[in-house]
Design a protein around this ligand. Structure first.
Ligand code: TXA
Ligand code: MG
Length: 325
């Protein structure tokens, strides 16, 4: 029997009894548990095979509940929360003692966001505890953007996936930390950097991956390993699909293109992310496309580099991580 269900009251019951439940958000599905339940939080790490040093994001129903969890909110954090919550921005702030160390990997900060998904907002309003939720994928594989992706990863290792349809943003939240009260981007994501700068001014980005970042480089924000979001099929990233394709012969190749299809006898599967060149649409379809391309027994996936602005920058970050092996 499928573990996928739309039954919010069942999700409430399971979460209240210290179980983990996969939940929809606007970005990706999360593997959720009560932040105060040691049993639930340990089960999240075990189910994902995620190392304990990699802290979790805490999901809350409203900006008003933030002060229960954090000790201090810099002015620009308030501006960002007011501008973007509910929505795909995560703020890393000084934690209150009430937040268990298991959630934060022993750090004195906690990552918090208000997700913008009607089902999960309703769930969070009805629960009397916040939910810790990392993306609902095994460590370092592609994040799930549908309930079916989650089910195929975990089968009956979890009791329920709360079905909220396909995620509308499709890549993870943008994570913002603060140093001397100034915001810093720790992870590019579903909120475009230009939109953030319109609220708080020019912002520094730390922890982006570059062409020559090695796998397993020790990251300065935990969890931001170079290899992440990766299909099982070898994947490369290029500025020129056709030229790169021409350097191969007799291969089964999958193409992930931005807005136009290309032709070649070696192409066994091809996905165009947005026919009309919309970065928003491309982001929403990115992970599902990688999940699909991974099912064709290809020798190679060639992905096209996106324009390096707006959500294109975030998509390039994920594609680059997918190429690390
Ligand atoms: O869109 C999202 O953010 C999704 C949905 C489910 O909300 N969640 C998500 O969680 O992407 P996860 O666990 O896959 O990624 C969380 C990232 C990790 O890279 C972790 O290192 C970072 O957030 N993080 C969490 N707490 C932190 C902290 N206190 N300081 C620095 N980074 C932190
Ligand atoms: Mg993740």
């Amino acid at each position: 029997m499928s573990i996928i269900s739309k039954d919010i009251s069942k999700a409430i019951q399971l979460l209240t009894e210290d179980h983990v439940v996969a939940i929809p958000t606007e970005t990706v599905y999360g593997l959720a548990g009560n932040i105060y339940s040691e049993k639930a939080i340990k089960a999240i790490f075990e189910t994902k095979k995620r190392p304990f040093f990699n802290p979790l994001i805490v999901h809350i129903p409203s900006i008003e509940t933030l002060s229960n969890l954090v000790a201090y909110v810099p002015k620009k954090a308030t501006l960002l929360a007011e501008a973007f919550w509910p929505g795909p921005i995560t703020l890393v702030l000084k934690k209150k003692a009430i937040i268990p160390d298991l959630i934060t990997g022993g750090k004195d900060t906690v990552a918090v966001r208000v997700p913008n998904h009607p089902t999960t907002l309703e769930l969070l309003r009805q629960l009397d505890f916040p939910l810790a939720a990392p993306s609902a994928n095994p460590f370092s594989s592609i994040s799930p953007t549908t309930a079916q992706h989650v089910e195929s990863y975990f089968k009956d290792a979890i009791k329920m996936v709360l079905d909220g349809g396909a995620c509308t943003s499709g890549i993870e939240s943008t994570i913002i930390g603060f140093e001397n009260d100034e915001p810093i981007i720790y992870r590019l994501g579903s909120t475009a950097i230009e939109d953030i700068e319109a609220v708080v001014g020019p912002i520094e980005i730390k922890n982006t991956v570059t062409e020559d970042s090695k796998q397993d480089t020790i990251p300065n924000a935990p969890g931001m390993l170079a290899r992440h979001y990766a299909p099982k099929t070898k994947t490369i990233l290029t500025d020129h699909l056709q030229d790169t394709l021409n350097t191969y012969t007799n291969k089964r190749i999958g193409i992930l293109a931005f807005n136009a299809e290309i032709e070649n006898a070696q192409i066994k599967a091809q996905i165009v992310l947005s026919q009309n060149g919309s970065l928003t649409e491309a982001a929403s379809k990115l992970y599902d496309a990688l999940h699909q391309l991974d099912t064709f027994q290809l020798d190679l996936i060639i992905a096209e580099k996106f324009p390096d602005y707006g959500l294109g920058k975030s998509i390039n970050d994920r594609l680059l991580r997918a190429t690390k092996s």
